[in-house]
Design a protein around this ligand. Structure first.
Ligand SMILES: NC(=O)CCC(=O)C(=O)O
Length: 263
């Protein structure tokens, strides 16, 4: 099964929610010109990542605005959308939440980032999610982790375990750790034998620059797409039969010994 993915590397304007909701539709329209099967967005594209005291006022209450926008867009355009992540206000707490929409416009996936990036005080401003989620898009088993989560092999393995073939990693990853971004994404694809679609933001927030370099790795670790540092839409085709191919040749999911992995 072959699928075309559109990676939207968006320049998010921190704190300008109205601009970001308007601009995201322009980028969706640009992505649709390539007739993709799945569109993917970066992390916290509604508010920007760098947290401030204003975050609860900027966050989307219960994700309603985001869900309404993407449900309608996905259904009207017959496309699956992994809507990156957005800042969502739930019961007086803000979560960094990713929603996935199928072609019918149904919310099929919801995941809130588990690991707040403590160097940026994300854990102070955002509440953490407690479990990974799994969903299907066009019959493909999928899962999502968000940015800093990729540093935690345990959570990515949990995301991979139920047969996940396509993992999404929306992010706002800075230039100063570009090499970590590239290596971690490649390694997580190899060690979990899945396609990994990593979509970063771009542009500056204060002194911190999101580095772009959105990328697609296949289960062998082959880099099928790497974008530059500027805003745009990256298009890539994946062949899902590669997952079965590698798992037949080197079956790590059969060979692993979780009963021995205790201290
Ligand atoms: N948005 C983030 O989670 C940033 C993570 C990061 O910069 C890092 O892990 O390094």
């Amino acid at each position: 099964m072959k699928k075309t993915l559109a990676l939207i590397q968006m320049n998010v304007v921190a704190g300008d929610v109205e601009h970001n909701y308007k601009h995201v539709v322009e980028l969706l329209d640009e992505a649709m010109q390539s007739n993709p099967d799945i569109i993917v967005l970066p992390e916290t594209w509604n508010t920007g990542f760098h947290p401030s005291e204003d975050l609860p006022n900027l966050a989307d209450p219960d994700g309603e605005r985001t869900k309404a926008l993407f449900s309608t867009y996905a259904k009207d355009h017959n496309v699956n959308i992994v809507a990156g992540s957005v800042s969502v206000l739930k019961h007086d707490q803000v979560f960094n939440t990713s929603y996935a929409f199928n072609r019918e416009g149904r919310v099929v996936g919801e995941y809130s980032k588990m690991h707040g990036f403590t160097p940026a005080k994300e854990d102070k401003y955002f509440a953490g999610g407690t479990h990974v989620g799994h969903f299907e898009l066009d019959g493909i088993p999928c899962s999502t982790v968000i940015c800093y989560d990729i540093r935690f092999p345990e959570v990515v393995r949990m995301a991979a375990l139920p047969g996940t073939e396509l993992l999404f990693v929306p992010a706002q990853w800075p230039t100063m750790r570009l090499r970590h971004w590239q290596v971690l994404n490649e390694v997580r694809a190899i060690e979990n034998q899945l396609f990994l679609c990593a979509v970063n933001g771009c542009g500056a927030v204060g002194r911190v620059q999101s580095t772009g370099h959105s990328a697609l790795f296949d289960p062998w670790g082959t880099n099928l797409l790497e974008m530059d540092t500027t805003e745009g839409v990256g298009i890539v085709e994946i062949d899902l039969s590669t997952v079965e191919d590698i798992r037949n040749k080197i079956n790590i999911f059969r060979d692993r010994k979780p009963e021995l992995y205790t201290l």
